[in-house]
Design a protein around this ligand. Sequence first.
Ligand code: COS
Length: 394
Amino acid sequence: MAVSVTGPSLTLSEEQEMIRQAAREFAQKEIAPIAPEHDESGEFPYETVRKMGALGFMGIEIPEAYGGAGMDTIAYVLAMIEIAKADVSHSTIMSVNNSLYCHGILKFGTEEQKQKYLVPIASGQKIGAYSLTEPMSGSDAGTMKSRAVLSEDGTHYIINGTKSWVTSAPVADFILLFTMTDASKGHNGITAFLVDTTQPGFVRGKKEPKLGIRASATSEIYFEDYKAPVETILGQVGKGFKIAMTVLDAGRIGIASQALGVAEAAYEAAVAYAREREAFGQPIGAFQMTQQKIADMKTRIEASRLLIYNAALAKMRSAETGERYSTEASMAKLFASETAMFVTHQAVQIHGGMGYSKELPLERYFRDAKITEIYEGTSEIQRLVIARNELGLR
Ligand code: COS
């Protein structure tokens, strides 16, 4: 008997159904089999990431004219769920490329910047990253220490400082960087730059050894008198914080989707195991304690899906109205990431000793799920965003 993981909550278009199928087939055939060895070795999966680019998964919402697949946010979340279901690391690389990098350039970039910095990344020939966090500035993103100083002739900025926890930094060709051009102005002193990682003054730090998403490469980066031409400013000087936040709203929908993907993978494994595994003369699924777990897992998964679709639709409407969808994105990320932790935890428990063994992917799902409650804004930050918006405190 098949496990139903997609409720009739949204009628998909032919195009959306197609990308879901394509992502599912690719993920199950090419990503799932290599995920355990990349988790073990921590090696970046260049080959499958290149193929994801060829399939259009690295710039799903970017118009074809700029190298993307020209699809909508629902298509993006469907593909993300499928990729994450096979491997969260792959979906992390995909999410940063799509929403934290490409989305920002499409929204705020000039035509020239789009040609140079968007086309190669959206088409998957090159890899993009996003860099906001610093060693002493994570959740409190407005307090960064890195600095960009305008040259005397006004042609470029000299950037110095350290950024940390930069997803894909060890492999990125271009990075969307947020740094301070006028510290006296606080949030309004932050500016976004498009950084070319082949230029002098850009230095990569050591790769972070991580609990999960081990095939997605993360590192610190250092700017040592990096020369950023004024043409590489994204948007306007001093508008970087708002760009960073706008882009994170989009990113959070991607993270919610990857959380749902890993939750689905763990849930399907748990249901199959509960049907097969016997104890005290009957399948463990016949025990009410197991049934309670299954019911709660399934309910939270489907609620996550609805919140994700809701956020995706809000983002699509926002393209017309300009209205923010921060609350919808934060609710989706908050609920889906906590669901991913809940479901992977319960799935390990249902599997007992086997859930703890590296012979099955459950322990990897459990480790990978944790990051979704942390990056692109912790659960605490999502609650803060939702509550502030509801209370009119922004
Ligand atoms: N879209 C557009 N503008 C936004 C925004 C959003 N989602 N969120 C905030 N802003 C604007 C505000 O409207 C405000 O503008 P004005 O100065 O014109 O009023 C400005 O940005 C400052 O906002 P605020 O005062 O709310 O900033 P805070 O310092 O209080 O920080 C939070 C707000 C905590 C929400 C923000 O710092 C945040 O999201 N932190 C988490 C960062 C994160 O996710 N890091 C992970 C990076 S990726 S691993």
